[in-house]
Write a protein that binds this ligand. Structure first.
Ligand SMILES: [Zn+2]
Length: 249
C-alpha cells in the first residue's frame, strides 16, 4: 500500500495551497513552452509543437523583459520536462502567472483558431484567460474558439494564477506554416504580451474555495493513479486489460 505517501503528498500540497493566496496580482510570469525533448507534442507538415511553443516563449520572454516584467521559463532548450517539474518551477514563484503555451491538432484538418483554458473555480484564471483571448482575437483573424475550463495538471497544481493557451492548429496547413515562421511566432508573442499587460493591473483574488477545489481534483487524481497502480500489480482476474490513463497537461 502506498497510501501514506499519497496522503503525505496531498497534505503537503494542501498546506502550501493554504499558505498561498491565488490572485492575478503577479510579479513574475512563468512561461511554460509545452512538450520538449522526446515529447514532441503534435507534429504536422514537419512542424513540431515542441519547437513552436519554445520559439514563441523565447520571443515573449524578450518582450516581457522590455516591459520590465520578470519572467522565468520552465525550459529554454529542446529538453523533456515532466509536468511535476513544470509545476515545481512555477511554484517557486507563488505570486506568478503561469502561461502554458501549446498548439492544437485535429483529425479535421480544416479546424483552426485559438482557445485559452483556466481552472474552473479560479476567477483570477478565468479573468486572465478572457483577457488573453481578447488580445489574441484583436490581433489576428483566425477563429476565436473561446475560453474554457479544464483540470490540466499545470492549472490545478500551480499555486499562483495559471492559464493554458492553445495558440492555433498545427493540423491546419495554413496555421502550421504561419506558426513555423518568425513573423507568425512574433505576432503570437506580441498578442500574448498585450493580454498579460492588460491583465496585470486588474486584481482578481480567488476565494479560499478555489484552493480547496484544486486539492479535491488533485486528491481524486492521486487516488485514480493509486487504483491503476494496484490494478497493474494485482494478478489479472479477468481477461480485460488495464488501460493507462491519458496524459494530462
Ligand atoms: Zn500540447
Amino acid at each position: 500500500m502506498k497510501l501514506p505517501r499519497t496522503i503525505a503528498a496531498l497534505g503537503a500540497l494542501f498546506l502550501s495551497l493554504l499558505a498561498a493566496s491565488t490572485t492575478n496580482a503577479f510579479d513574475t510570469v512563468v512561461l511554460d513552452p509545452g512538450h520538449g525533448g522526446i515529447d514532441e507534442g503534435t507534429a504536422w507538415y514537419r512542424v513540431k509543437e515542441k519547437d513552436t511553443t519554445l520559439a514563441v516563449a523565447l520571443r515573449l520572454e524578450k518582450l516581457l523583459q522590455n516591459e520590465g516584467i520578470k519572467c522565468v521559463l520552465t525550459r529554454r532548450t529542446d529538453t523533456y520536462i515532466s509536468l511535476d517539474d513544470r509545476v515545481k518551477i512555477a511554484n517557486r514563484h507563488p505570486h506568478s502567472l503561469l502561461l502554458s503555451i501549446h498548439f492544437d491538432a485535429s483529425s479535421r484538418t480544416g479546424a483552426s483558431g485559438f482557445s485559452t483554458y483556466y481552472f474552473s473555480q479560479s476567477p483570477s484564471g478565468r479573468f486572465v484567460a478572457q483577457t488573453i483571448q481578447e488580445a489574441l482575437d484583436e490581433s489576428h483573424d483566425t477563429p476565436n474558439r473561446g475560453i474554457g475550463s479544464q483540470d490540466y495538471a499545470v492549472l490545478v497544481r500551480t499555486l499562483g494564477c495559471a492559464v493554458l493557451v492553445e495558440c492555433g492548429f498545427l493540423s491546419n496547413k495554413a496555421e502550421a506554416g504561419q506558426f513555423a515562421s518568425a513573423e507568425g511566432q512574433q505576432w503570437l508573442a506580441e498578442a500574448l504580451l498585450l493580454g498579460i499587460v492588460r491583465a496585470k493591473p486588474i486584481i482578481i483574488n480567488d476565494p479560499p474555495e478555489t484552493q480547496i477545489a484544486k486539492c479535491e481534483v488533485y486528491a481524486k487524481r492521486l487516488e485514480e493513479k493509486e487504483h491503476q497502480r494496484q490494478a497493474a500489480v494485482a494478478p489479472a482476474k479477468s481477461g480485460t486489460p488495464h488501460k493507462p490513463a491519458s496524459k494530462k497537461k
